[in-house]
Design a protein around this ligand. Structure first.
Ligand SMILES: Cc1cc2nc3c(=O)[nH]c(=O)nc-3n(C[C@H](O)[C@H](O)[C@H](O)COP(=O)(O)OP(=O)(O)OC[C@H]3O[C@@H](n4cnc5c(N)ncnc54)[C@H](O)[C@@H]3O)c2cc1C
Ligand code: SF4
Length: 337
């Protein structure tokens, strides 16, 4: 591997637009030469490590239209540039969608939450260290996965949906937005496109070089959360090695409708287990109309890990997913998981 000078960023042309219209003009003009920068946390890692060398960086920090949280159609709309700290405190989020505030509040550290944006958290790249160190793997355009060999370090990698690449989606907010059935608003070639949170994230079978459907030139402008799950039982839990400044080993987001004893419908998503947040559709279907008993939770946990294919060092994620599913189902009930 060629030696690289760390911490000295490559030269690029910097633009700091003050409106969405100007941003879109710049994106159109510079196409795939342009790199969008929001809070810069993921961006600066790539630039300082000199793994990514864009000709043009478009810094969104002055685009105030992209910040803020407001009510919309019975739900809320969150600008893509809204910081994670704002999300943890905003009464519209904490009042109706506490799970999102909790997930944002468990990201990394206060400094990172003050700077990091929701859009950046959703669009952030994989954290696989082989890839981040610039190794020429499948995700980087090569023809090998360094994380899936007999001697690889793959404790944090995928147990589901591996297709050449076994990296995982690292976002804490992403599974909550899929569970809440959110929609993402994207400006593409001058037109607004609205996609479901679930479809926003893509696995390696669709595109091995990116974790989302965003293409060069696309701008994520807002996240819309419908009123459907507002005020329902919302559960988020994150398991990590350290209690601060650490990505999830596995996290779970569940939206549950029903009562203390019965579940009528649910949406359940785990992250940190595949290249995209992994929706537990079989568990959701099974739980409809079921009582919240240890036996039901045990069966749901079995369904949740059906098809899991752990790597050499990450089999522990299988019981972790099982237990998180049981804890989500248990809710406030008294039985042990
Ligand atoms: C030490 C450390 C620990 C971390 N721990 C956690 C953690 O525990 N949980 C967690 O979820 N995350 C964690 N993160 C990730 C962090 O939250 C994200 O890196 C951060 O949220 C990225 O947001 P940003 O606003 O800085 O985006 P940037 O770094 O500026 O951008 C990230 C990516 O998104 C693209 N992008 C950003 N905004 C838009 C937009 N509006 N439209 C299109 N593309 C866009 C950029 O081009 C870039 O590719 C950690 C990061 C660090 C550095
Ligand atoms: S897991 Fe993915 S990102 Fe990591 S080395 Fe393998 S192909 Fe590259």
């Amino acid at each position: 591997m060629p030696a690289s000078i760390r911490d000295v960023m490559p030269a690029f042309e910097l633009f700091q637009p003050a409106s969405v219209a100007d941003t879109l003009g710049l994106l159109e003009r510079h196409g795939s030469d342009a790199w969008i920068m929001a809070g810069g946390l993921d961006t600066f890692d790539w630039l300082k490590d000199r793994i990514q060398k864009p000709k043009v960086v478009i810094d969104l920090s002055n685009v105030s239209e992209l910040r803020g949280i407001k009510e919309r159609d019975g739900g809320i709309e969150i600008g893509a540039l809204t910081t994670l700290t704002t999300i943890t405190r905003d009464p519209l989020v904490t009042g109706k969608y506490r799970m999102l505030a909790e997930a944002a509040g468990l990201v990394a550290s206060p400094q990172i939450r003050n700077q990091g944006t929701l859009g950046g958290n959703l669009a952030q790249d994989a954290r696989c260290w082989y890839y981040r160190a610039g190794w020429p793997c499948y995700r980087a355009g090569g023809n090998i996965c360094y994380a899936d060999t007999p001697t690889s370090l793959n404790r944090e990698h995928a147990i589901f949906e591996a297709d050449r690449c076994v990296a995982v989606n690292p976002s804490d907010t992403a599974p909550t937005l899929i569970a809440l059935d959110a929609q993402f608003v994207i400006m593409r070639e001058g037109r607004e496109q609205v996609v479901s949170a679930q479809d926003f994230f893509v696995g390696p079978g669709i595109d091995i070089t990116r974790l989302t459907m965003l293409q060069p030139g696309d701008l994520l402008t807002a996240i819309r959360i419908p009123g459907t799950w507002a005020g329902k039982e919302l559960f988020f839990e994150k398991v990590r090695d350290r209690q601060v400044w650490d990505f999830a080993l596995v996290n779970i987001a569940a939206a549950i409708d029903g009562s203390a004893s019965t579940i009528t419908r649910t949406r359940m998503v785990v992250n940190g287990v595949a290249a995209r947040p992994h929706r537990l559709e079989a568990v959701e279907a099974f739980l409809a109309g079921k009582s919240r008993t240890p036996e039901v939770a045990e069966q749901a946990a079995d369904l949740a890990v059906a098809g899991a294919e752990p790597l050499r060092h990450n089999a522990y994620k299988v019981p972790l997913v099982r237990n998180l599913v049981k804890r989500a189902i248990r809710g406030g009930a008294e039985w042990t998981s």
